[in-house]
Design a protein around this ligand. Structure first.
Ligand code: PHE
Length: 357
């Protein structure tokens, strides 16, 4: 037993790696190891012999096991020391250039529009995308039977079984924010309200979710002439040109009277979209003088106050300005598209620094 002990303790202390240790473990205390075989011989001994040899063998087995464990820990420490000596990091090296994300054209255009209207004294207001049917329709003078409710291809939210209140809707336009702003701020008022809107519609220039920016100005002395001037100034500033050809078309919206839609001259030739030339027109906004009933719904006295309002399609502005021919690609999250049409996150659009570069 002493020989076995000396042999294994010295072999273990000389072992240079974990694999050698494992071999030694098998040789000594594995199922068919030398110590284990000795333990089997206990059966052939007399009870007296066994009483002496049994505890000694057990102690030997324990001793070898703890020598193995201690050596294993020592080897691991040594390996770590070795690694720490060779693996090191120079924290003064320059960082690796990483490809950074880009600003989506919709965000870019929203910022550009905001910068232009902020310069004209408009502040930004927001409203919920899941809107009450009252704010989206009734308050805007679109009663229950009105065809505009059907025309807008509305997405209705579910109500619980037995709940007969009118369902909420995904807002079909940003016009409900007119009502919310009037309720909240009263007159006089000058706000723009950018945000997402929803309609069940899908083709090259329509997606079920798209973006609008609403404008609303309420004061005691506001006319259609102010509206027209604002929109012309806006379009020139936005497209960064001295003049753009606009077409004001008489139109109808329940919430404005009179109403006008505005188109911009463009061409689609060869699959590319260009503004300011060609024989096509793209509708970019609806507008008009706020209907007295709408002022009333917003708790503003229509005998004292008047206002103009407009709703611009942000995505369409982006298509026109940046020559993006298909609206559907805006929301595909295709990285190649995003890299191609995206904007640097460091170039924030401002009127003094330039809207787009
Ligand atoms: N809400 C209208 C639409 O989505 C646009 C509009 C806004 C028209 C404000 C007039 C005044 O088509």
């Amino acid at each position: 037993m002493d020989d076995l002990r000396d042999k294994y303790i010295s072999l273990i202390s000389e072992a240079g790696d974990e694999a050698t240790l494992e071999d030694l473990r098998v040789q000594a205390v594995g199922k068919k190891g030398e110590v284990s075989l000795k333990m089997r011989e206990l059966g052939k001994m007399t009870p007296e012999e066994r009483q002496e040899a049994g505890p000694k063998l057990n102690a030997l087995k324990d001793e070898i096991n703890s020598a193995l464990a201690a050596k294993k820990a020592a080897l691991a420490d040594a390996a770590l020391d070795e690694r720490l000596k060779t693996e090191w990091l120079d924290v003064t090296l320059p960082g690796r250039p990483r490809r950074s994300g880009t600003i989506h054209p919709v965000s870019q255009v929203t910022e550009e529009v905001t910068a232009i209207f902020a310069d004209m004294g408009f502040s930004v207001a927001e409203g919920p995308q899941i809107e009450s049917d009252w704010h989206n329709f009734d308050a805007l003078n679109i009663p229950g039977h009105h065809p505009a409710r059907a025309e807008m291809d509305t997405f209705y939210m579910h109500r619980a079984e037995g709940d007969n209140r009118p369902p909420h809707v995904l807002r079909t336009h940003t016009s409900p924010v007119q009502i919310r702003s009037m309720e909240l701020q009263g007159a006089p008022l000058r706000v723009i309200c950018p945000g997402r809107v929803y309609r069940a519609d899908f083709d090259q220039t329509h997606t079920p979710m798209f973006h609008q920016v609403e404008g609303l100005a309420v004061d005691t002395d506001i006319s259609m002439a102010n509206l027209k001037w604002c929109l012309e100034e806006f379009v020139k500033a936005f497209f960064e040109v001295d003049s753009v050809e606009l077409r004001f078309r008489a139109s109808h919206f329940p919430f404005t009277e009179p109403s006008a839609e505005v188109d911009i001259r463009c061409s689609w030739e060869g699959g590319t979209l260009k503004i300011g030339e060609g024989d096509d027109w793209m509708e970019i906004l609806g507008s008009g003088m706020v209907h007295p009933k709408v002022l009333q719904a917003g708790n503003i006295d229509p005998d004292r106050w008047q206002g103009f309002a407009f709703g611009i399609g942000i995505d369409r502005l982006a298509m026109l300005k940046y020559g993006i021919p298909d609206l559907r690609a805006f929301f595909d999250s295709d990285l190649r598209w995003l890299r191609h049409y995206g904007f640097s996150s460091l170039d924030v659009p401002t009127l003094h620094g330039g809207l787009s570069r």
